[in-house]
Every structure is written in structure tokens, then in C-alpha cells.
Design a protein around this ligand. Structure first.
Ligand code: ADP
Ligand code: MG
Length: 664
């Protein structure tokens, strides 16, 4: 494991651009170098191979005699130092910055793979890439040890250096991890040449296979269109899974012989190198977060900020301000403050700190939602709320003629409804369905019937007696109204006749005055016609008075009857609502507490809201007739206002009684 200082710039180059696999060739020094066959390019980045005609027999391709391989560098007579500089130094440096790196030596047995990778132990100058990589890490404080195993030519050897780099700046919680794989591959020589037999042949076959799998895997990694990489085909590719291609820097160093006799293998190795050179990779940083360091930093920061707050508080003459999280008691206190604030008994809530402000808002939300529920509960106790989205129920109510399209009850000019058509607050279909589950399904319909429909049932069942009385009272009221109307008509007729008579009398009087008056001892003498008119007028006046008295009596009776009818209607609807709630809404266990003798009675319907319920056409007709009443002390508007006041009074009395009963 290596540790090194982080520099900040690496965070800005997290994702590298796509890179090609770097392919180098190292030629093993020899006194017998095939100068005529192996030529290097001027830039040392290419190798040209030329095979003489006479040597061509037995060569792979009978026709081709010249090859040119483009590479990233050719290392000829290069020292271990130069090889490291050229091939490994950047890869190791980048690994210390968080990029995985892989350096592989490929080539036939004896070409110098192990020499390149490990070097010789005897001579320091001849040490290979591995000890130098460790050394490079060491300059950045190395915590590592390794054993150099003598590796066989017939096996692959992978050295992995794990790097973990933390910043020297303690505040930096990011750290990087990376791996350097130094791979000394088994000999790549072809079977024919090695002349292997038996176990060795088997091994050689396996090695060749694994090398070709390695090639396949690297090529697949370089192909962006491929999503499957054949890593599992052999141990080698599996072991190098997260270090090949992909997000890592990769270098392939091909070791070749310089002698003519090895040219065939050299050609094969160079072909492999040029294929690898085309593969691209995308190096990326492996970044992690040091949780422990992060916690420590945050704790430090917190302690510092608390100190800072304490200083500010003492400067502002604020003492004993607690910034710790609140406990239940403190939260309950804030809840009570919010309630008192809403009630108006508390003028303001002192601001203490941010946490407290947030809790105040939080408690506002708590109180608000509680109040919403309470309001809804109260409304549900008083009214039957129909869901505005429950079109079936609404249309049933409309059908029954109790509600117009706007959700107002028929005959309610002020638009105040029955409570029908308005579903307040959180009453949503889902919620309703939930509460319904509490009821015995087999006894009750899954959806309560619309009120008007249920009302008809109620009138035939539990409400039959009160409904009978209600109807009786109403018919008496209607009879009285009819009589009052007839009397009014008669009075009007008498009045008209009185007017006619008065006119006739005036005419007679003026006629008499023209003809001259006869007086006998202070007594006026009038003719018979005038006399009869006077008698008639007198009789009409008497009739008028009698009828007027009758009408007044009738009106008093009507008022009384109306009062009875209103009371009966009130009772009827109240009983109906109780019955409706008990039948369709109130869970049976709660119903026990509603039995007679208990103070709670649900289902009250304010009388002012349902005045028109049950009013028939006869009622309306007689009400219309009353508007034709002549002027008098008990004009219709006066009468109407009086009735309304009484109704209001009755309602308030009932409601107060109801509320008192509730408080008990
Ligand atoms: P491989 O691992 O490819 O089979 P080796 O690294 O074992 O080959 O090399 C075979 C022999 O050649 C070793 O004795 C090694 O020291 C020597 N050798 C290889 N390359 C060089 C080189 N560049 N300079 C000096 N000696 C080398
Ligand atoms: Mg070797």
C-alpha cells in the first residue's frame, strides 16, 4: 500500500479522455542482430521487417516479404532505467493519482519479459519495473512489502500494487484507491516451434489459449459498442478483470529477439502488439470518501460553531440559550404556545433560535391539522356531507328536487344549503372508504343511500308517528290559511261594496242639497232611497268588522299552527338525522353511548337550513294568496319576519341545549 499526498488538480480531471493502449517493443540485445531484416524507423516508433527471398520457405506468408509495425516506441539496447522511464513511470505516477494501471510483458520465452518486469536481483542497475515502481511509490511514503517469486516461463505472473492516497490536508475527506498490475505473461511461442510434448504441450496449449482470451478481452473492452466482456473465459482475464482496458492506463511491452532465427516468433509478437495498439481505454479516478475523517471534521466544525454561538450570545446579552435538539417536553411547550397564540391568549412567540423557530412552524402544522379534523368532525356530527365528486349521490339529491344544480336546497334564496354538496377539508373518497370498513357490511349498504331517499324510508318507519302529527298540523294550518284567504276575499268584496254605497249616498246627499233641505224641529228629513243606502252601509261596516275580527283570529291561529308545523318539521328532521347517522355512519360500539339517557345526540340539522323541506304546492299557494291581504296591523311581511325571528330563536335554543349536552 502506498500513501501519498493528494494535489487538488486531479479532481478536475476525473474522467480522462479515451486513450489507446500504449505498445512498446523491447529488443533483447544480441551480437547477432539481423540488421538486414529488422529496421527501426527514424522516430523510433516503428519496426520494419524484411525477409529475404531464399529464407522465405516455411515462413508464415509465402508471398509477403515486408511488414511495417507502428508502435509507441522501440527500445533497442535500452537500459532498465530508460525502459522504466519510457514504459512505466507515467503509469505509476497516474496510479498514485487514482488511476488503475496495467503493464504487461508479452513475448516468446527467453525474450526478456521477466528481466524487464523484475530484473536481476544481483545488480541494482538491472532491477526491473516492479522494484522501481515500488521505489517510485516510496518517495511518496510507501507502506509495502513484496516477495519476488521466481516465475516459470510457462505461467503468467501478476504483481498487484494497491495504492490508497489520502490528502495531507485533514479537511479533505476524499481519498483515492488504485491498483497497478504488473503482468509477466507466459511465453507466447507457438507450439510448433517449442516442440513441446505431453504435459508441457498441454500447458503450452493452455497458455496460448489464455493469451488469445486476453487479446479477446482487451479488444472487447476497446469496443464501445460491446457490453459483454469475456473475462470469465480464463483465470488470467478474470484476475485482471478490473485492470484491463476500461478505466485503466494500459501498456503492453512486447519483448522480441533480434536474431534472424527467431524472426517468425518476432513477427507473431509484433502482430499482437499492433493489434493491442488499436484498443482504447478510458482511465478514470477511483475516488472514495473517508467516513471517519468526515465525521471527525464535522464534529470539529460543530464544536467550533457552538463556541461561536456562545460568543455571539454573550455579546448579545443572551444567556443560557440551548442549541441541542429539543426533547418531548420542550416540543409540548411549543405546541401549547402555538395553541395559545391561535386562541389569542398569547400575543407573540419569542424567537430563541433556528431550531425553535422550525419547531414552532412544525407545531403550527400539527395544530392546524388537528383543528381541521375537529372542524370536520363537528360538521359531520351536524350535517351529512356529500362528496362533491360523488356524482351519483349528488344527482340523486337533485332528482329528489332537494338541491338545485349549484348544490343549494330548493327554496333557499340565500344559498345556504343543507350541508349537502360541500365536503370540507380532508374528506376524500379514500378516507370515507376507510371509515366504512368499521361497519358491519352485511347489515348496512356499502354506500349510504342519498338523504332524500332515506328520508322517505324514515317517514314510513321510525318517523311515522311524528310525520303523521306533522301532516295533521300542516293540514290544519292549510285549512286555516284557506279560510283566511276566503275571509280576505270577502273583506275585499265588502270593502268594494262599501265604497260603492258611500258613493251612491254622496250622490243622494248632493241631490238633496240641490233640491233644498227640509227641516222639522231640528230633525233632518231624508228620502227613503238615501235612508236605505245609509242602512246598507251600516250593515256593510258591521259585516266588515266581523269579518276583520275573524281574519285576525284566523291569523293568530295560523301563526300558532305555523309554529307547531315548524316544530314538528324540526323534530322530524332531527329524528331523521339521528336515525340516518345511526343507520349508516356510527359504528355500533359508539351507538351504545348514544342510547337514550346519554348526552350525545348526533345528526342535528339546523332548522333555518331546511325550512323548505316537505313544503308542498298547497303551502306555497296559500302563502302567495296571503300577499294579497289588505293593509292591516298584521301584514304579511310583518308576519313573516315574526315567524322567522321565532324560528331563529328556537334554533338557537336547541343548538345551545345541544352544545351544553355535548360539553357534559
Ligand atoms: P523471459 O522471461 O521472457 O522468458 P528472461 O527475462 O528470463 O526471459 O530472459 C532470459 C535471459 O536473458 C535472462 O538471463 C535475462 O537476464 C537475459 N536478458 C533478457 N533481456 C535482457 C536484456 N535486455 N539485457 C540483458 N540481459 C537480458
Ligand atoms: Mg520469464
Amino acid at each position: 500500500m502506498m500513501r501519498r499526498k493528494n494535489d487538488n488538480k486531479r479532481y478536475f480531471t476525473r474522467m480522462g479522455t479515451r486513450k489507446k493502449v500504449h505498445a512498446f517493443v523491447r529488443v533483447k540485445p544480441t551480437d547477432d542482430f539481423a540488421h538486414e531484416m529488422i529496421k527501426y524507423g527514424d522516430d523510433n516508433k516503428s519496426i520494419d521487417i524484411h525477409i529475404k527471398k531464399d529464407l522465405q520457405k516455411g515462413v508464415v506468408n509465402n508471398k509477403q516479404t515486408d511488414w511495417s509495425f507502428k508502435l509507441d516506441g522501440v527500445l533497442h539496447n535500452a537500459s532498465q532505467d530508460l525502459v522504466y522511464e519510457t514504459v512505466a513511470k507515467d503509469v505509476v505516477a497516474q496510479a498514485l493519482d487514482g488511476y488503475n494501471g496495467t503493464i504487461m510483458c508479452y513475448g516468446q520465452t527467453g525474450a526478456g519479459k521477466t528481466y524487464t518486469m523484475t530484473g536481476t536481483t544481483e545488480n541494482y542497475k538491472h532491477r526491473g519495473i516492479l522494484p522501481r515502481a515500488l521505489q517510485q511509490g516510496e518517495t511518496n511514503r510507501i507502506i509495502a512489502s513484496h516477495t519476488m517469486n521466481k516465475n516459470s516461463s510457462r505461467s503468467h505472473c501478476i504483481f498487484t500494487i494497491y495504492v490508497e492516497a489520502h490528502s495531507r490536508t485533514l479537511s479533505d475527506e476524499k481519498y483515492i484507491t488504485s491498483k497497478i498490475n504488473l503482468v509477466d505473461l507466459a511465453g507466447s511461442e507457438r507450439l510448433k516451434k517449442s516442440g513441446s510434448e505431453g504435459r508441457v504441450l498441454k500447458e503450452a496449449t493452455y497458455i496460448n489459449k489464455s493469451l488469445s482470451f486476453l487479446e479477446q478481452a482487451i479488444i472487447a473492452l476497446g469496443d464501445q459498442k460491446r457490453d459483454h466482456i469475456p473475462f470469465r473465459q480464463c483465470k488470467l482475464t478474470h484476475a485482471l478483470k478490473d485492470s484491463l482496458g476500461g478505466n485503466c492506463n494500459m501498456v503492453l511491452l512486447t519483448n522480441i529477439y533480434g536474431e534472424a532465427s527467431q524472426l517468425e516468433e518476432t513477427l507473431s509478437s509484433l502482430r499482437f502488439a499492433s493489434r493491442m495498439k488499436l484498443v482504447t481505454t478510458e482511465p478514470a479516478i477511483n475516488e472514495k470518501y473517508d467516513a471517519e475523517r468526515m465525521v471527525k471534521n464535522l464534529e470539529k466544525e460543530l464544536a467550533l460553531l457552538k463556541q461561536e454561538l456562545a460568543i455571539h450570545d454573550s455579546l448579545a446579552n443572551r444567556t443560557l440559550v440551548n442549541y441541542d435538539p429539543m426533547d418531548e417536553i420542550q416540543i409540548a411547550e411549543i405546541n401549547s404556545q402555538v395553541r395559545r397564540y391561535l386562541e389569542g391568549t398569547l400575543d407573540e412567540i419569542d424567537i430563541i433560535n433556528l431550531r425553535q423557530i422550525q419547531e414552532v412552524f412544525n407545531q403550527f402544522r400539527v395544530v392546524l391539522s388537528q383543528q381541521e379534523q375537529e372542524v370536520e368532525l363537528t360538521l359531520r356530527r351536524k350535517y351529512t356531507l356529500i362528496d362533491k365528486n360523488d356524482f351519483a349521490a349528488i344527482s340523486a339529491v337533485q332528482k329528489a328536487g332537494l338541491m338545485d344544480v349549484d348544490g343549494h336546497l330548493v327554496g333557499e334564496p340565500d344559498g345556504q344549503g343543507f350541508g349537502l354538496g360541500v365536503t370540507p377539508f380532508s374528506a376524500k373518497p379514500g378516507k370515507k372508504a376507510k371509515s366504512k370498513k368499521m361497519f358491519k357490511e352485511q347489515l348496512r349498504p356499502s354506500t349510504p343511500p342519498p338523504k332524500p331517499v332515506a328520508f322517505e324510508d324514515f317517514k314510513n318507519e321510525r318517523g311515522s308517528e311524528i310525520n303523521r302529527i306533522f301532516k295533521e298540523n300542516k293540514s290544519i294550518l292549510n285549512e286555516r290559511r284557506k279560510r283566511a284567504s276566503e275571509t280576505t276575499q270577502r273583506i275585499n268584496a265588502i270593502k268594494r261594496e262599501m265604497d260603492v254605497t258611500k258613493e251612491a249616498l254622496n250622490f243622494q246627499k248632493s241631490l238633496r242639497e240641490k233640491q233644498g233641505e227640509y227641516e222639522n224641529k231640528g230633525l233632518m228629513i231624508i228620502d227613503e232611497e238615501e235612508f236605505l243606502l245609509i242602512l246598507k252601509l251600516k250593515d256593510l261596516k258591521k259585516q266588515y268588522r266581523t269579518e276583520y275580527q275573524d281574519l285576525r283570529d284566523l291569523k293568530a291561529e295560523i301563526q300558532y299552527c305555523q309554529h307547531l308545523v315548524d316544530q314538528c318539521r324540526h323534530r322530524l328532521l332531527m329524528e331523521f338525522d339521528i336515525w340516518y347517522n345511526e343507520s349508516f355512519f356510527i359504528p355500533e360500539d359508539i351507538q351504545v353511548s348514544l342510547k337514550p339517557g346519554s348526552s350525545i345526540r348526533p345528526g342535528m340539522v339546523p332548522i333555518s337550513r331546511i325550512m323548505s323541506l316537505g313544503e308542498d304546492d298547497q303551502d306555497k299557494f296559500s302563502q302567495l294568496q296571503q300577499t294579497e291581504l289588505p293593509e292591516g296591523p298584521d301584514s304579511f311581511s310583518f308576519y313573516n319576519a315574526k315567524v322567522k325571528t321565532e324560528q331563529k330563536h328556537n334554533y338557537l335554543k336547541t343548538m345551545m341545549g345541544f352544545q351544553q349536552a355535548h360539553r357534559k
